[in-house]
Design a protein around this ligand. Structure first.
Ligand code: NAD
Length: 498
C-alpha cells in the first residue's frame, strides 16, 4: 500500500492541486500509516470533466460490451478478494474474516449487475392506435457520485457503482478519508477488467469534495451513505441543486426477544450482531429489548458469551474483534459508557479497560454490556456505533413494538420468537425498512433493495436491486408511426387512440 493515497482520474493516480492531506491510521497499532489527498474545488472540476467525457462514449457502448467488462471485473474480484480484505483490515481494523465477508456481499451486487441486459429491458405495445406503436427504454443519467462511510470501504461503494456503471453511467467515488486505499485498489481492478478510463473515478477528500459534487451541474445523482446529520445535509443540498439523491443515514437497531424465543439462538445473535466489526456496522444490533420475564436469563447468556471474545489485531486469526477506527471515535464511544453509568444503568461488562499488551497504543474498546437502560439515557438515544450493547426491559410485546416504532431511526430490526403469529405481526407492524425473524442482521440480498426508513434514509429509493437500477436510469417512452398510404391525412383534432 502506498504511503500517500492519491485520487484516481482518467485511469491513473492523480495528485490534484489539493487543499492538503489527512492522516490515515493503522488502528491496531495506533500509528499514522499513510496520508490521503484532500481534493480542492478545482480538483472536483477536473474529476467531473474527465468523468463526463468518459460517460458520453460509455453510455453508447453496447450492452454486450458493457456486460463483458462487468463479468471480467467480477472474475478478478473473486480471484483477488483476499488482497482487498487485507487492505480493509489494515485501515478499518475489522478482522480479516469479516473484511472478506464485506467483499463477498459487495461481489453479490457485481453479480447482480452482470444481469443488466435483462434488467434494462423495456416494454413494447404494438398498435396502441392504428399504425402506432409505443416502447419504453431506460437510459443512463451521465455522471453520478457515490459518497461512502468508513465502516464498509468496499461493500457500501459496491452497493452502487456496479449497477451505475452497468447501466451506462460514469461514477465518481468519494470514499471516507479514514480508509481511502480500498477505492484505489478497486479502480485499478476496473482498469484491468477493461473499463475505459474515466468511467470510474476516485476523488479523495472531505467536505470540500462532497460540496463540490453536490453543487456541480454535471453530476446528476448522488448516492450517499453515512451519519444522519450529514445524510440530511447531502439530501437537502443535492435536491436543491436539482439532483436525484438517495442518502442513507445512521441507525439504532433493536432486537426484540420474546419469552418463547430460543435463548441460545438469541444470545448468539445479540453477541454476533452487537460486537462484530466492533459494533461499527449500520446493521449492528445496539439495543436488545427483553420482554418479561426473559431479561435475567438472556443477560446471563450474553455475558457468558462475551467472556470468550478475543480482542486484538484484525490481522491475527486469533482475534474475534478488532480495534475502533480512530482514537477519537474510541473515546467518543467510551464516553457513552461513562454516561450510561452516570445515568444509573447497570454496567454488566465494561470494555473500557481492554488492553492488548503487544499493541498498547491501538484504539481498543472491549465488548460492553449495559443492562436496565432506559429510553431517556443518551446511550439509548444516540447512535453509539461501537461495541456497546444496551438491554432495555419491557413488560409486553406491545411495549416492545412501541419502543421500536418511537425511535427516530428505522434501518434494521430483528425479532426472536418461536411463535409464527407474533413474528408475522411484528414484520407487519414495525416501522423499519429491514426486518429479521430469528436473523440478527437482515441485510437483503443484492436482488432485493437495501434501505431503512425514517431518519435512516432520505429520498425514496433504496440501494441495489430493482430500485438501484431505477435510480441510475431515467425512463423514456417513444410513440411511433410509420406512415402508409392510409395514414388519415390532415386532422387537427386531439389523437383519440382508436
Ligand atoms: P460520516 O457521516 O462522518 O461520513 C460519511 C461521508 O461523508 C464520508 O465520505 C465523509 O468524508 C463525508 N462527510 C463527513 N462529514 C461531512 C460534512 N460535514 N459534510 C459533507 N460530507 C461529510 O459517517 P462515517 O462516520 O464515515 O460512517 C458511519 C456512519 O455511517 C454511521 O452513522 C452509520 O450508521 C452510517 N452508515 C449507514 C449505513 C446505512 O446503510 N444506512 C451503512 C453504513 C454506514
Amino acid at each position: 500500500m502506498d504511503s500517500h493515497v492519491s485520487h484516481w482520474v482518467d485511469g491513473a493516480p492523480w495528485a490534484g492541486a489539493g487543499s492538503g492531506s489527512a492522516e490515515v491510521y493503522d488502528p491496531a497499532s495506533g500509528s499514522v500509516a499513510r496520508t490521503v489527498a484532500l481534493a480542492s474545488e478545482s480538483d472536483v472540476q477536473v474529476a467531473v470533466a474527465s468523468a463526463r467525457h468518459a460517460s458520453e462514449a460509455w453510455s453508447r457502448t453496447s450492452l454486450t460490451a458493457r456486460t463483458r467488462v462487468l463479468f471480467a471485473f467480477r472474475q478478478l474480484l473473486e480471484e483477488r478478494k483476499h488482497e482487498l480484505a487485507a487492505i480493509i483490515t489494515a485501515e478499518h481494523g475489522k478482522v480479516l474474516s469479516d473484511a472478506l465477508g464485506e467483499v463477498t456481499r459487495g461481489l453479490e451486487v457485481v453479480e447482480f449487475a452482470c444481469g443488466i441486459p435483462q434488467l434494462l429491458k423495456g416494454g413494447y405495445s404494438e398498435a396502441v392506435s392504428t399504425g402506432v406503436d409505443v416502447h419504453s427504454v431506460r437510459q443512463p443519467l451521465g455522471v453520478v457520485g457515490v459518497i461512502s462511510p468508513f465502516n464498509f470501504p468496499a461493500m457500501v461503494p459496491m452497493w452502487f457503482f456496479p449497477v451505475a456503471i452497468a447501466a451506462g453511467n460514469a461514477v465518481i467515488l468519494k470514499p471516507s478519508e479514514k480508509d481511502p486505499s480500498a477505492a484505489i485498489w478497486i479502480a485499478r481492478l476496473w482498469q484491468e477488467a477493461g473499463l475505459p478510463d474515466g468511467v470510474f473515478t476516485v476523488l479523495q477528500g472531505d467536505r470540500v469534495a462532497v460540496d463540490g459534487l453536490l453543487d456541480h451541474p454535471d453530476v446528476r445523482a448522488i448516492s450517499f451513505v453515512g451519519s444522519t446529520p450529514v445524510a440530511r445535509y447531502v439530501y437537502e443540498r443535492g435536491t436543491t441543486n436539482g439532483k436525484r439523491v438517495q442518502a442513507l443515514g445512521g441507525a439504532k437497531n433493536h432486537m426484540v426477544v420474546l419469552p418463547d424465543a430460543d435463548l441460545d439462538l438469541a444470545a448468539d445473535g445479540a453477541v454476533n450482531a452487537g460486537f462484530g466489526s466492533a459494533g461499527e456496522r449500520c446493521m449492528a444490533i445496539s439495543v436488545v429489548v427483553a420482554v418479561d420475564p426473559v431479561g435475567d436469563e438472556l443477560v446471563d447468556r450474553i455475558t457468558k458469551r462475551i467472556s470468550s471474545i478475543t480482542v486484538g489485531d484484525g490481522r491475527s486469526a486469533d482475534s474475534d474483534m478488532g480495534p475502533l477506527v480512530t482514537g477519537a471515535h474510541r473515546d467518543r464511544v467510551a464516553s457513552y459508557v461513562d454516561g450510561a453509568e452516570r445515568d444509573g444503568a447497570l454496567l454488566v461488562v465494561d470494555g473500557r479497560d481492554a488492553v492488548v499488551p503487544e499493541q498498547p497504543d491501538g484504539f481498543w474498546l472491549g465488548p460492553t454490556l449495559v443492562d436496565h437502560v432506559r429510553p431517556e439515557m443518551t446511550v439509548y438515544r444516540d447512535e453509539v456505533f461501537g461495541p456497546v450493547l444496551s438491554v432495555v426491559r419491557v413488560p409486553t410485546y406491545d411495549a416492545a413494538l412501541e419502543l421500536v416504532n418511537r425511535n427516530p431511526y428505522g434501518n434494521g430490526t430483528a425479532i426472536y420468537t418461536n411463535d409464527g403469529g407474533a413474528a408475522r405481526r411484528y414484520q407487519s407492524e414495525v416501522e423499519v425498512g429491514m426486518v429479521g425473524v430469528n436473523v440478527p442482521i437482515p441485510v437483503p440480498m443484492a436482488y432485493y433493495s437495501f434501505g431503512g426508513w425514517k431518519s435512516s434514509l432520505f429520498g425514496d429509493t433504496h440501494a441495489h436491486g430493482a430500485e438501484g437500477v431505477h435510480f441510475f436510469t431515467r425512463g423514456k417512452v417513444v410513440t411511433s408511426r410509420w406512415p402508409d398510404p392510409e395514414h388519415g391525412g390532415l386532422n387537427l383534432g386531439f389523437p383519440r387512440n382508436d
